[in-house]
Write a protein that binds this ligand. Structure first.
Ligand code: HEC
Length: 116
């Protein structure tokens, strides 16, 4: 009872992983994000699934890029890797996750200004 209550409180406060949150349960990409949008969550789920075919999650978490545009270019290049299994429509969602994670909503705003 009490544990359940604490968990739902955490989910509300921090979209916390670890309390089996519906979408983000256990996804380290989402950990610590402030109120991520549905698309960001979706993108992070995709990134967790697809990018870890070839990279470890630790590598992904440790990657730092200089600009939101750099994430877009990486994800595009990765999608074209043989065997990546990333669909075209999934690309912008993954980019949103990674950009939001690195640059917050300001980063997302610069993405929207440039062509999607
Ligand atoms: C099919 C295997 C594969 C998948 C799937 C894949 N990658 Fe890669 N990735 C590679 C290979 C191989 C390299 C090294 C060659 C290169 O940089 O082109 C690389 C390099 C990178 C680099 C550059 C690392 C560096 O230090 O230069 C980043 C960042 C990266 N991947 C991120 C991602 C992300 C994010 C995803 C998911 C959208 C992803 N990768 C999916 C194979 C993959």
């Amino acid at each position: 009872m009490i544990i359940r209550a604490v968990c739902s409180l955490l989910v509300v406060l921090a979209t916390s992983a670890g309390c089996s949150g519906a979408q983000s349960g256990g996804n380290p990409l989402v950990r610590g994000m402030e109120s991520p949008s549905e698309i960001v969550l979706e993108g992070c789920t995709l990134a967790q699934k697809k990018c870890t075919r070839c990279h470890t999650m630790d590598q992904l978490l440790a990657t730092e890029v200089g600009t939101p545009e750099a994430w877009r270019m990486y994800v595009h290049r990765m999608r074209l890797m043989p065997g990546a299994g990333i669909r075209e429509a999934e690309e912008p969602k993954i980019v949103q996750c990674l950009v939001y994670r690195s640059f917050g909503s300001e980063g997302l705003a610069t993405l929207k200004k440039e062509a999607k």
